[in-house]
Ligand binder design. Structure first.
Ligand SMILES: *Cc1c(COP(=O)(O)O)cnc(C)c1O
Length: 399
C-alpha cells in the first residue's frame, strides 16, 4: 500500500518554504473559491516545454494529453507551437474544439476501436500506432489515408509505470507487421517506444534508440520500404521528493544516440509528466481532527480518491507544506475525507498543530492527479484555478 511520507521527507520540504507571493496567492484563491483547489500555472507549462525543447533540439515534441487534459494546457502549448499526442476520442474532441491543426497531432493508442480510428481520421489525424497484426488489419480499409508507427516493447522495471508490459511488440513481431503492411499496402512511417513513465536513467532511451536503428537497417535489408520516423515516447522524469537529473543532462546521451541515426530521420517525442507535473499546486483544508494512537489525525477535504490518487496509481511522493510555523511539532496523520480506511495521504509525519480550516499544500501535482481523481463518497474533485494564461488575455485584447 502507498502510504507516502516519512518524517524526514516532510521536514526536508516544509523548510523549503513557499515564498510570500505564493502564500498570498494561495490564501486569496481559497478566499475566492474555497478548498480543495488545484492552482494550474501556465507559466510553468511554458517553462517546462521550453526546457525540454532546448534539451532535445532536433526532436518534435508532441505533448501527451493523458496526465493533464486541461484546455488551458492545450492552449498554452498551442501558442508555443507544440504538437500533440492523442490516445482517445475524448482527447481528439478536446484538441479539435480548441482549434489545434490536425497535422500537429498523432494518435498513439496501440489498441483502437474502428470508431476511434474513424473519428480521429474525420478530424484529420493521419499518424497512428500499431503493435500487432489484429490492429494492423483494422487499417486495411484506410490504407490510403494513414501512416503507421510500429510500437516496440523494451521492458523497464525501474519506471513508475512500465508501459512496455501492456503495449509494444518484439523486434521479430515488428518485422512481421512491417512485412504484412507491405502486402496490405499500408504505409509504415516508422517506429515508436515508451521506456516507462518517470524513467530516471537515460540509458533506457539510448538502448531503445540503438535497437530501433538496428531494426530499421534490417527492414531495408529485407527489401521493405525504408522507415523515416522514430518516436522516442514519453517518460522524462521530474523531481518529486527526490531529485532527478536536470533535463539538459538527462537528454545529453539521448541526443548522442540520435546523432547516430541517418540525418533525414524525423524524431518525435511524447512528453506528458515532464510538461505538466510542476505546473499544479494543490490546496486542501482541515475539516476536523482527532487524536488516535498517539498521533493527531487531520481530516482534509482532498485525499487518495481525489487529487492524491497518484500516491496509489503513480507512486509519486508529492512535497507537502503547511502555512503554519511553530517551534513545536507533533506526530501527525494527513487523511483524506472519505469513509474508507485506505484514504490516508501521509502517516507519522511531524506537523505544527493545525486548526480546522488550516491549509495543507502539495507541490508537483500536475501529472496524473486531477486526470485520475474520482468523486467517491460524493466528495467533489478539487476545483482548478488557471493562472498566467496569457493566450486568452491576448485574444481578449485583439477582440
Ligand atoms: C502516458 C503516455 C505518454 C506520456 O508519458 P509520460 O511518462 O507522462 O511522459 C506518452 N505516450 C504514450 C503512448 C503514453 O501512453
Amino acid at each position: 500500500m502507498a502510504i507516502a511520507h516519512s518524517v524526514l521527507d516532510f521536514q526536508s520540504y516544509s523548510t523549503d518554504a513557499l515564498n510570500a507571493e505564493k502564500i498570498q496567492l494561495i490564501e486569496s484563491s481559497v478566499a475566492q473559491f474555497g478548498a480543495p483547489l488545484l492552482l494550474l500555472d501556465c507559466d510553468a507549462i511554458r517553462q517546462q516545454y521550453r526546457a525540454l525543447q532546448q534539451a532535445l533540439p532536433t526532436v518534435t515534441l508532441h505533448f501527451a494529453l493523458k496526465p493533464l487534459p486541461h484546455p488551458a494546457v492545450v492552449r498554452t502549448l498551442m501558442a508555443e507551437g507544440a504538437c500533440f499526442d492523442l490516445a482517445t476520442t475524448g482527447e481528439v474532441e478536446l484538441v479539435q474544439q480548441l482549434g489545434v491543426e490536425p497535422e500537429r497531432t498523432i494518435h498513439t493508442h496501440p489498441i483502437k476501436r474502428d470508431s476511434d480510428i474513424r473519428e480521429a481520421l474525420a478530424y484529420g489525424t493521419r499518424v497512428f500506432v500499431v503493435d500487432n497484426l489484429n490492429e494492423l488489419e483494422k487499417f486495411r480499409r484506410y490504407c490510403d489515408e494513414v501512416e503507421l508507427l510500429v510500437r516496440l516493447s523494451f521492458r523497464n522495471s525501474e519506471a513508475f509505470a512500465d508501459l512496455s508490459k501492456k503495449f509494444g511488440c518484439s523486434i521479430e513481431q515488428a518485422m512481421m507487421i512491417i512485412t504484412m503492411a507491405k502486402e496490405w499496402n499500408i504505409r509504415i512511417k516508422g517506429l515508436s517506444f515508451h521506456v516507462g513513465s518517470q524513467t530516471a536513467n537515460p540509458q533506457k532511451y539510448v538502448d531503445a534508440i540503438h535497437a530501433c536503428a538496428a531494426l530499421m537497417q534490417q527492414v531495408v535489408e529485407a527489401g521493405l520500404p525504408a522507415l523515416s520516423t522514430l518516436d522516442i515516447g514519453g517518460g522524462f522524469p521530474v523531481s518529486y521528493n527526490s531529485k532527478v537529473m536536470p533535463i539538459e543532462l538527462f537528454c545529453q546521451p539521448i541526443n548522442a544516440a540520435l546523432k547516430t541515426l541517418p540525418e533525414t530521420m524525423q524524431v518525435l517525442a511524447e512528453p506528458g509528466r515532464f510538461i505538466v507535473a510542476p505546473a499544479m499546486t494543490s490546496i486542501a483544508s482541515v475539516m476536523g481532527s482527532a487524536e488516535r494512537d498517539g498521533q493527531i489525525w487531520y481530516y482534509l477535504d482532498d485525499g487518495i480518491y481525489g487529487s492524491f490518487i497518484g500516491l496509489i496509481f503513480d507512486d509519486a511522493k508529492y512535497p507537502l507544506h503547511t502555512l503554519k510555523h511553530s517551534s513545536e511539532y507533533f506526530a501527525s496523520v494527513l487523511s483524506g475525507p472519505t469513509c474508507d480506511s485506505i484514504d490516508v495521504i501521509a502517516e507519522n509525519i511531524l506537523l505544527p498543530r493545525l486548526d480546522n480550516g488550516d491549509l495543507v499544500i502539495a507541490k508537483m501535482m500536475g501529472a496524473y492527479t486531477s486526470a485520475t481523481a474520482t468523486d467517491f463518497n460524493f466528495f467533489k474533485r478539487a476545483h482548478t484555478v488557471v493562472l498566467n494564461e496569457e493566450v486568452v488575455d491576448q485574444e481578449r485584447l485583439l477582440g
